[in-house]
Design a protein around this ligand. Structure first.
Ligand code: H2U
Length: 344
């Protein structure tokens, strides 16, 4: 009889409408691929050459203030620009559209040597407060309709600086990934007048097999359709469109969930665990978006150790994503790890 824990199958992603190939039987195969060096260098708490440390000079000559908690600034090399001339380009098969936007860099801490899992709940709550303030301010810019908050952690993810930081890109158009999620959530809402994510979360809590962590206001789980080996989602129990709706108490609970999943990640392979993480939430235009239920996602590339990462190549580039270890196995491993950091 078919058992998704053992047999090759495809899983459906409720939020994007896409499929992932799952091959649980393949996790037994021998590994003969690349091993990288896990460079666990010790960093100083202040680095005079770091462009994110307090008081230091950035590439454009500007000085960072002597900040004591968090600090944000407009990216000196932003991919999006505010002052793009109006207009479209449409010539038969060739279409282009101007896109205005603003990119910001967000420093999570003045300490060069720390990362999110090494910060306290209060310090992470400070990061969340800053994200909320940034959303409130960026949303006031008339052309801004979408705000993408994200963190790229670790050099294997292409992060250029180990100083703990993230980015925010605010722009005119809803980009591709959140747009897919909007479509699926809105179809569900039109039919049921309910939150797709709240209803999915209820079923996950009933089963429990993909739950990693739960506190009063948040649940961390490996989604049924996870692509990355240790992909997770932090979901608020309350149906909220955007992070700007978070209460004080919920911000602390969110900080707690964010800290505990990143500690578990570091503990998994006893390394500073790389990932791309970010928040998907309703657009910031004049519409109400009752269907949206914001959440945070983590996409980490590591597979079997601090040195063996998963590459999205071959079949995955040409056909669709594929995973070997099951979401249930990953959730169980993460759930059973201590949430006290291995360095302490
Ligand atoms: P990463 O998260 O990809 O490492 O990006 C850090 C950002 O910091 C990067 O987008 C910006 C880069 O453009 N930056 C500045 O804004 N000023 C600087 O002085 C150097 C880097």
């Amino acid at each position: 009889m078919f058992d998704y824990r053992e047999h090759s199958h495809r899983r459906f992603n409720l939020l994007t409408g896409e499929w992932v190939q799952v091959s649980p039987h393949r996790s037994k195969r021998p590994w003969q691929g690349q091993e990288e060096n896990a460079n666990e260098e010790r960093r100083p708490s202040y680095d005079e050459k770091c462009y994110l440390c307090p008081g230091n000079k950035r590439a454009n000559g500007e000085l960072n203030p002597d900040y004591g908690s968090t600090y944000s600034f407009v990216n000196d090399f932003g991919a999006l620009q505010s002052d793009v001339p109006d207009g479209d380009f449409e010539q038969g098969f060739f279409r282009a559209k101007r896109e205005r936007g603003i990119c910001k860099v967000v420093c999570f801490s003045p300490r060069h040597d720390l990362t999110i899992p090494e910060l306290s709940n209060d310090e992470i709550k400070g990061v969340i407060d800053l994200w909320v303030r940034e959303c409130q301010q960026l949303a006031l810019i008339p052309y801004v309709n979408h705000i993408q908050i994200f963190e790229n952690k670790g050099s294997v993810m292409g992060c250029s600086n180990p100083h703990p930081h993230g980015q925010i890109w605010a722009q005119e158009t809803v980009p591709v990934e959140p747009d897919k999620k909007q479509t699926r959530q809105s179809l569900y809402y039109l039919k049921n007048k309910r939150s797709l994510i709240a209803d999915y979360l209820e079923k996950e809590l009933e089963s429990g097999e993909r739950i990693v962590f739960e506190n009063e206001h948040f649940v961390t789980l490996v989604p049924f359709w996870a692509i990355w080996p240790y992909e997770t989602m932090i979901v608020p129990k309350r149906w909220m469109r955007r992070i700007t709706e978070l209460t004080e108490e919920e911000r602390f609970a969110f900080a707690d969930a964010y800290r505990r999943i990143t500690i578990r990640y570091d503990n998994l392979f006893k390394t500073s665990f790389p990932y791309s993480a970010g928040i998907h939430q309703a657009p910031f235009d004049e519409n109400k978006y009752p269907e949206w239920h914001w959440h945070m996602v983590f996409y980490p590339p590591l597979l079997r150790s601090a040195t063996i990462k998963k590459f999205m190549v071959g079949y995955e580039m040409l056909a669709n994503p594929q995973r070997d270890i099951s979401a249930e196995y990953s959730a169980e491993r993460l759930r059973n790890l201590p949430d006290k950091h291995y360095k302490n």
